[in-house]
Unconditional design. Structure first.
Lengths: 343, 133
């Protein structure tokens, strides 16, 4: 006997949902399932309400069945309650403190003083890049790389967006290095502009860091993403956000107020040559690549689910520490407060 | 049980690292405070010159100078590519990127007694102060 179609609504948790584009993607992909009547996803609660006739099948099975239709996410039948793994902080907090202490130690040793000599060769530029990536610049650029990479990694994207960030960064240094060499002047923001920029980046990092802790669900919608109306039109936008944004952000790091970058830019400008300028900034960017790459691909080393929880909390804490550090330094640089960190 | 033991161990290691850093910071701070370098300020014929070197930070970190005197700040760099080259002195509205090697001159109008000028790098982590008395 055929049972009358009985539509039921199930609430399932969506794993890997981190932006508005994911909401549309999830809804449209689920709608293609023959048994699904409607699907309404929510970024705020990272869940989807699916209505359809699945008979008496257990929630787990339904979740698995529907997940097959999702290209970038998966569904699980875990309870909706706010499950914060506080015990993971027990490991994450000391590791984060330890890393911060190592960072300070590294600066105290004066790794910065390893560069000397007056002439700038491409080799010098590369070396300056290496040192820059180990210096306090790590708090700005490295912190940004870390926060973005970990956020993507948490939704399962562990290599492509990160790699694109680096490609975007190195490419932009090459091109813009040539531009400033040609123009004979660098894009110099005044102190107000620098303050606004560095403060914005620091606050952005703070939001990402808090989000990584997975304690406050409300922070998730705060992440910048493609505007809703853009994503709805072209579903390829989910890919666009993951491809375009990291490359763009990587390229934009050229403008971050890292003293080393600025010193190199001054040199590039002084050469008056687009080729020398381009290659100098390119060498510098390559020098910064190893340290930044390590930061962005650390997530690859963490395989097991239990370790992942600790990993992202540690990264979240570190990112927050870096963000606070940058906020304090931005305020000091503009003269609002007295310099706090001095080494 | 195991997770508590792990946490405790990690906290101990972290505390040890923090202590090491704290010790280094405190002892280094002592050395710099005892650094009475009177020789970076010179007054010749009513005009004051203050010399500061910039490389991996600024030195000396604190200077005392005479108030009410036209002053010239001379900043020396030698192979400086780090943040110290991105110097700004907010009170003077002064901002520049120092050339890697050489001397940069900054004109400072006579300052009132009690004024403290702070110069810092663009990221705010290296700084120097000049106290006018």
């Amino acid at each position: 006997m055929m049972t009358a179609a009985s539509i039921q609504t199930y609430t399932l948790r969506v794993n890997g949902m981190h932006c508005k584009a994911c909401v549309f993607l999830t809804e449209s992909e689920l709608a293609e399932h023959p048994k699904v009547v409607s699907a309404k996803a929510s970024l705020r609660s990272r869940s989807v309400e699916v209505s359809g006739d699945f008979g008496d099948r257990p929630l787990d099975e339904i979740a698995r069945d529907l997940s097959a239709f999702l290209s970038e996410h998966s569904l699980s039948a875990t309870a909706q309650g706010k499950h914060v793994a506080w015990d993971e902080f027990g490991v994450a907090v000391p590791i984060a403190i330890g890393c911060a202490a190592l960072f300070v130690l590294l600066q105290e040793i004066g790794v910065v003083n390893l560069v000397s000599g007056d002439t700038v060769t491409y080799g010098t530029a590369f070396l300056v890049g290496v040192i820059a990536s180990l210096s306090t610049c790590m708090a700005i650029v490295g912190g940004l790389v870390l926060s973005i990479s970990a956020t993507f990694a948490r939704s399962g994207d562990r290599t492509k967006p990160q790699a694109l960030f680096h490609v975007g960064r190195v490419a932009s240094f090459l091109v813009l290095g040539g531009v400033i060499g040609l123009l004979g002047s660098a894009f110099r923001l005044n102190s107000t502009g620098t303050f606004v920029l560095s403060l914005s980046v620091a606050l952005f990092m703070l939001a990402l860091g808090i989000n990584l802790l997975d304690v406050f669900r409300w922070a998730s919608p705060l992440q910048p993403s493609m505007p809703g109306f853009l994503s709805k039109r072209t579903l390829g936008a989910a890919n666009l956000t993951h491809t375009f944004t990291p490359a763009l952000v990587g390229g934009a790091t050229f403008f971050l107020p890292c003293g080393f970058t600025q010193a190199m830019q001054l040199y590039a400008v002084s050469t008056g040559s687009p080729v020398t300028g381009a290659l100098t900034m390119f060498s510098f960017a390559l020098g910064t690549l190893p340290a930044l790459a390590v930061l962005s691909f650390t997530s690859l080393a963490v395989r097991t689910r239990t370790k992942q929880g600790v990993f992202f909390k540690t990264v979240g804490l570190l990112v927050i520490l870096f963000a606070v550090f940058n906020v304090v330094n931005s305020l000091a640089a503009i003269g609002v407060i007295e310099p706090v960190f001095n080494w | 049980m195991k997770s508590i033991a792990t946490s405790v161990l990690l906290f101990v290691i972290a505390a040890a690292l923090v202590s090491v850093v704290a010790v280094i910071l405190l002892t280094r701070g002592g050395a710099k405070a005892g650094d009475t370098t009177p020789t970076n300020v010179s007054i010749v014929g009513g005009s004051q010159t203050i010399e500061i070197s910039a490389k991996g930070g600024y030195s000396p970190q604190s200077t005392t100078a005479k108030a009410g005197t036209p002053t010239t700040l001379k900043i020396k760099t030698s192979g400086t590519f780090d943040c110290s080259s991105a110097l700004s002195i907010p009170k003077l509205g002064y901002q520049t990127i120092l050339s890697p090697s050489g001397e940069t001159v900054v004109d400072v109008p006579p300052q009132k007694a009690g004024t403290v000028l702070t110069g810092l790098c663009s990221m705010g982590m290296y700084s120097f102060t000049i106290r006018f008395e």
